[in-house]
Ligand binder design. Structure first.
Ligand code: AMP
Length: 395
């Protein structure tokens, strides 16, 4: 059981909240406040209980050095605007500076601490640094799913030193991913695409044990097609992984997971937008042709699979979606999934890497049940790995 914020008596307490403020910034100004917005429900709930809200986060990769361009200070103004209250800032996340700033807080105040990664102890999960963080507060709340796959002091170490629990945004992520993978309504269909099998081996091996059907698309499907003897011409393919692809097919067979592979492809001789192209049924691909997208027949097959599925887990594009028209299969399949979510109760959860960009590009993201922007943490969850930041919150 993961402890939750509601299980803790936060009223009037100093609460250290680990948030994800690793926001896109341009010239020292926050250019996308999605992650700030994600933290608002937890901050507001704590303020409503007159807690002193002490926010900590990392920004970028300063590697234990104080790098002025990687300060969290630019986050203060947009966060204060969103909250409609003053947000204080402490130039350091531990020590006298932080302690003084906290001593001056009144119930309901919000304070942001400077970048935790300015200290080497953060990424090393140094017990002394974690203890310094723990000194600042009575309670610890983790609200940063995207950092939960890292065993760092502000995500893991400190969680073991204070009464701790999951914040509202983290709970939401956990609940949705759990609903899709741990206790889903069957049949469950997984769609996995993207460039390479090599980056998704663990993910594929875990998913075949959990889902009823797995569609492999994108560049990585080529390795599977080649493993099954299809001539794929000059397509992206990891020849050293043909054996691994066969092994995954075997595991899937043993686990009664049906693997679906593309039955046609859009092929071109150049990897560039609007390159001359044709659709092939995969029996006649020339030596200099590359499969850059799935064809219509494959999209129809996927649509049928989505129509019978009650749960969908999606990671990775079905083709080279950044260059038109090789985005077509990704866009059509994403729109179909979105329609099934809106009108037929499909539960669709997506995330990781380019997936968010691909689904936004398809204008399908709003209708998905849940889209995780957590990247690495979402992928590690799909891989079935325990996430240290979440393990530390288990009772
Ligand atoms: P990933 O980060 O592993 O999810 O891979 C995403 C990348 O895979 C995107 O940049 C796509 O352009 C690329 N990709 C998908 N399908 C293909 C393909 N058939 N050939 C080459 N690249 C592809």
């Amino acid at each position: 059981m993961i402890r939750r914020m509601e299980d803790l008596n936060v009223a009037g307490q100093r609460v250290l909240v680990r948030v994800d403020f690793n926001v896109p910034m341009k010239d020292g100004v926050v250019s996308d406040d999605t992650r700030l917005r994600a933290a608002l429900p937890t901050i507001e709930a704590l303020r409503a209980q007159k807690a002193k809200v002490i926010l900590c986060a990392h920004f970028d990769r300063p590697k234990g050095e104080r790098v002025p361009e990687m300060s969290l200070r630019p986050v203060v103004a947009p966060l204060a605007d969103l909250l409609g209250v003053r947000v204080g800032f402490a130039e350091d996340c531990i020590g006298d500076v932080a302690q003084k700033a906290i001593a001056g807080m009144s119930p309901g105040d919000v304070l942001l601490l400077e970048n935790t990664r300015f200290h080497k102890g953060e990424e090393k999960n140094d017990p002394e640094f974690a203890a310094e963080l723990a000194k600042l507060a009575d309670i610890y709340i983790n609200d940063a799913f995207s950092a939960a796959h890292r065993a760092h002091a502000s995500t893991e170490g400190v969680a073991r030193l204070l009464p701790s629990g999951a914040g509202i945004a983290l709970q939401r992520e956990i609940d949705h991913v759990t609903a899709a993978l741990e206790s889903p309504n069957h049949p469950v269909l997984a769609i996995v695409g993207g460039a390479k099998v090599s980056t998704k081996l663990d993910l594929l091996k875990n998913l075949v044990k959990k889902v009823d059907r797995l569609f492999v698309g994108g560049g990585m499907a080529n390795t599977f097609l080649a493993a099954k003897g299809t001539e794929i011409g000059a397509s992206l393919c990891e020849k050293d992984l043909l054996g691994t692809a066969r092994e995954i097919l075997d595991i899937a067979g043993a686990e009664r997971c049906e693997i679906l592979l593309p039955v046609d492809g859009v092929v071109a001789r150049e990897f560039k937008a609007h390159a001359a192209h044709r659709t092939s049924d995969l029996t006649d691909i020339k030596a200099d042709e590359m499969i850059l997208d799935c064809g219509n027949a494959t999209v129809d097959m996927l649509a049928d699979a989505m129509s019978t599925a009650r749960t969908l887990v999606w990671n990775g594009p079905l083709g080279a979606f950044e260059i038109a028209p090789f985005d077509t299969a990704t866009v059509e399949a994403a729109r179909f999934a979105a329609e099934r979510c809106s009108n037929h109760g499909l539960v669709a959860v997506a995330g990781g890497g380019d997936t968010v960009a691909a689904l936004n590009h398809a204008k399908a993201a709003d209708d998905f049940t849940f889209i995780s922007t957590a990247g690495g943490a979402f992928l590690e969850w799909l891989e079935g790995k325990p996430l240290p930041g979440i393990e530390a919150l288990k009772a």
